[in-house]
Design a protein. Structure first.
Length: 117
């Protein structure tokens, strides 16, 4: 177990390294994930135009269920909003987080509603 400061810095370094390669284009935008201790947020971003197309988070959801279930719901919600905005394919940006737990649940929820990545 590292210190909070070290863990945050390490995630930031991983995120910068990954973002050098991952770019959200107009035809295939970027699905970015942010995970805090209590909540999870997702945005679909068009990096060419510098705009957020759709966003979703667990802030307004009931917190009586597990955080993994909340993440899955947020993934399903972002996929529904993406469909209505005309987005079918995205590039997944895990933002330096490991692909397991809540990040994986969000991705699985988005895939289950038809988002392709």
């Amino acid at each position: 177990m590292g210190s909070k400061k070290f863990d945050t810095r390490a995630r930031y370094i991983r995120h910068r390294r990954v973002r050098k390669k991952i770019v959200g284009l107009t035809e295939k935008p970027r699905l970015s994930v942010f995970r805090s201790n209590k909540h999870i947020h997702a945005q679909i971003i068009d990096d060419e135009n510098g705009t957020t197309l759709v966003a979703s988070s667990s802030l307004k959801l009931d917190e009586k269920i597990s955080k993994i279930d909340l993440a899955k719901i947020v993934g399903e919600e972002i996929a529904e909003k993406a469909k209505s905005a005309g987005v079918k394919k995205v590039v997944f940006d895990r933002a330096g987080y490991k692909f397991h737990g809540r990040v994986k649940a969000l991705a699985d929820g988005a895939r289950s509603k038809g988002l392709i990545f």
